[in-house]
Ligand binder design. Structure first.
Ligand code: PHE
Length: 393
């Protein structure tokens, strides 16, 4: 990022992760993550015009203070450990969430809200839905507290209105009146429900639920989950921003809500992308499938290497391309990815026509051996002679 950092005993970030800092997938207009980001931003700006400032280019290297202390993380919170977090050195880490920018952005009181998209980094398990780098969008919305001054509610009424079962476990903050906390929480919930309804607009019978949660920097807090293939998928963490954070950033007169959503989770579902590693693919067969502004379903391709074999023959006048394709399908089956005509000519003296096809052999699930491809190609050569009446050259 154009800056040097000294390493020390905290340094645990390696080259494969550092390399990701420059990719900025969420800023590549035709990338699924950028398409999703634009869709949510567009929806939020229609819902509340002029409220949300868009931020998407903040430096991923932040201090532990910004990532944890300012957000009121306990001193012994496991997230701080170098087993969970990538440290550049003792004073700098790779942000583990977009909330790391809350105190900086809130201090600038120029807007009533913002949407901040960024790459975030976590040391995590290895599977198809986890990757050491992923993307989050954080939303914050603040309100002038004086607008709630005339409203009254008991604590029990407010907890019931916002769907908190146990006010001791998921409390209304003592700095807030029950009425203002409930108003803000209900605004948060309806905003997020509208986001998922918009994002999953094509799905009939979308089901979601709110779970009570704990975050050091919000209270009360919730998680929003949607039902996907019979499993509940967690999409957002959210809640009413802890008033200490508002106070510490010069916003004592305001109250706010915040959410953080994982873009990959939603994009995997929207675009039918089965593996989180695909987002990082530079393979044209992946990148060429997506266009800014459109939601399309990913068409899988093989990760294994191709093996090309050419075949040329003299064709009878009755020959048709599709007859050849049919033989390829029958003999090679699914290991034939493509059969392409690469050369065609008519002999000037004899008037005979010749064609050359290039067959691209590739399996979806393994690397093919040369011997097995040769064997298939040989059978194909025999079969075209028999079925299409061609003469091999
Ligand atoms: N930062 C939280 C996370 O990464 C998500 C969150 C954001 C929760 C804002 C509440 C409010 O898990």
């Amino acid at each position: 990022m154009g800056k040097d950092y000294a390493t020390d005993s905290w340094t645990n970030v390696g080259p494969s992760v550092l390399e990701k800092l420059e990719r900025r997938l969420h800023l590549q207009a035709n990338h699924p993550l950028a398409i999703l980001k634009a869709k949510i931003e567009h929806h939020m700006n229609e819902a509340e015009p002029g409220v949300y400032r868009s931020l998407d280019s903040l430096n991923p290297v932040v201090s532990p203070k910004l990532n944890f202390d300012d957000l009121l993380f306990e001193a012994d919170h496991p997230g701080r450990r170098p087993t969970d977090t990538y440290y550049v050195n003792a004073d700098n880490l790779l942000r583990t969430h977009t909330s790391a920018h809350q105190s900086t952005v809130l201090r600038d009181r120029s807007s009533r809200g913002y949407l901040l998209t960024a790459d975030v980094y976590r040391r995590d398990e290895v599977d198809q839905t986890h990757y050491p780098v992923f993307h989050q969008m954080e939303g914050i919305r603040t309100f002038d507290r004086s607008q709630f001054a005339g409203q009254h509610m008991t604590e029990a009424e407010a907890l019931a209105a916002m769907g908190v079962k146990d006010g001791a476990k998921n409390p209304i903050q003592r700095q807030h009146t029950p009425a203002e906390a409930a108003a803000v929480a209900l605004h948060l919930k309806s905003t997020l429900e509208n986001v998922i309804k918009n994002v999953f607009a094509s799905e009939k019978g979308l089901q979601w639920r709110w779970n009570e949660e704990y975050f050091p920097f919000t209270s009360p807090s919730w998680e929003l989950e949607v039902l996907y293939n019979g499993k509940w998928l967690e999409l957002f963490g959210s809640g009413v921003v802890r008033q200490e954070i508002m106070d510490n950033t010069g916003n004592s007169d305001r109250i706010g809500w915040a959410f953080g959503l994982g873009l990959e989770r939603i994009a995997m579902r929207m675009f039918n992308i089965p593996d989180i590693r695909l987002f990082w693919s530079t393979d044209e067969r992946f990148t060429s499938q997506f266009r800014a502004g459109s939601i399309s379903s990913f068409v899988p391709f093989s990760k294994y290497p191709p093996c090309y074999k050419d075949i040329s023959f003299w064709t009878p006048p009755t020959f048709h391309d599709n007859d050849f394709s049919e033989v390829v399908r029958e003999i090679a089956g699914d290991i034939a990815e493509e059969a392409k005509l690469i050369d065609e000519f008519t002999h000037p003296k004899t008037g005979r026509a010749s064609r050359c096809y290039r067959i691209n052999y590739r399996a979806m699930d393994r690397t093919l051996t040369n011997a097995e491809v040769d064997e298939v190609q040989e059978r194909l050569r025999q079969a075209v002679v028999e079925r299409c009446g061609v003469e091999l050259r």
